[in-house]
Design a protein around this ligand. Structure first.
Ligand code: UFG
Length: 281
């Protein structure tokens, strides 16, 4: 958001492409603080694009989300599906930014822009030195489970077991963070090897769906003990089933998810076990 600061970085470095990871991402927080989300996510993106334009750097990868498909019941999600009705300001910033990027590409065909639509990131770096350390009580499933396993939280609350799925809990497409990272390298290579791409959106998912209970049981195997849980009511805004069609990533980026759900749970647990207090230690 700091134009002068950005200009300084562009002046002092030779920059070929930019990846924008600087978005706020907590759904619940965005409902409570919508202006903070619109201010950070939209102004941050617009300021960055303006400075990129000034310096004639026109390759950008944007962290988008499967949330842009909205509350649709049609799976798997394909990039040609329309963006749907999103239920929170966080998701809306992703949709608005994708529209901004499309408009920009239409106005000037020398931009090369890829929005990577992440499904549900899970796991940590194998070293156990880089992982997820959410502020406060985790919103997402995996950090909540690992914090129960490490003894910081008492039990997992499963939000609903009356969905139209085999075990009644929601199904998601989990993707290892290392696969996600590789997807960004692949997207940059694609930008560097092609010209006048305009705007494109690409799913990054494993194409496999696992239920909340299946994730819990995979974590129990990784941790080597039972993880206590209770069934609570549904969480507002959750859809029953969400998984990706990732054939576009395979075709254009030569990328596909390689890590299994066992790898993801093992690496998340390894990180949590080695860092019970996250990065604070
Ligand atoms: N869940 C629980 N208990 C918890 C946390 C989650 O039962 O404590 C359940 C949810 O109800 C859902 C599933 O676990 O069924 C996954 O929930 P997450 O919050 O981990 O992930 P979401 O699928 O809701 O959201 C994620 C990202 C969003 C992104 C979205 C795109 O967190 O940023 O995927 O589909 F927008």
């Amino acid at each position: 958001k700091n134009k002068e600061g950005l200009r300084k970085i562009f002046n002092e470095n030779k920059i070929d492409a930019v990846i924008n990871f600087a978005g706020f991402k907590a759904v619940g927080e965005s409902v409570e603080k919508p202006l903070m989300y619109y201010e950070n996510n939209l102004f941050g993106m617009i300021t960055l694009l303006e400075v990129m334009k000034e310096f004639n750097v026109k390759n950008i990868v944007f962290s988008s989300s499967a949330t842009v498909y909205g509350v649709s019941e049609k799976v798997p999600f394909v990039e040609t599906d329309p963006m749907g009705e999103v239920t929170n300001p966080y998701g809306r910033t992703k949709v608005i930014i994708e529209h901004i990027l499309m408009d920009l590409a239409k106005s000037d065909n020398t931009w090369n822009i890829i929005a990577l639509r992440y499904f549900n990131p899970l796991g940590a770096h194998e070293s156990g030195r880089i992982g997820e350390d959410p502020n406060g009580i985790p919103n997402n499933l995996s950090p909540y489970i690992t914090q129960v396993a490490v003894g910081k939280l008492e039990k997992l609350h499963i939000f609903g077991n009356d969905y139209d799925t085999p075990d009644g809990t929601c199904i998601r497409d989990f993707i290892h963070v290392n696969d996600l990272a590789a997807g960004h390298s692949a997207a940059l290579n694609y930008l560097f090897n092609n010209e006048n791409l305009g705007f494109d959106a690409i799913n990054l998912g494993s194409e496999k769906g696992y239920s909340v209970l299946e994730i819990l049981s995979n974590f129990e195997k990784a941790v080597g003990k039972e993880i206590p849980y209770v069934i609570d009511g549904r969480r507002a805004g959750d859809i029953a089933v969400c998984y990706a069609d990732a054939s576009k990533a395979k075709k254009l980026l030569n990328w596909e998810a390689k890590y299994t759900i066992e790898d993801m749970c093992r690496d998340s647990w390894n990180w949590q076990k080695k860092n019970p207090n996250g990065f604070k230690d």
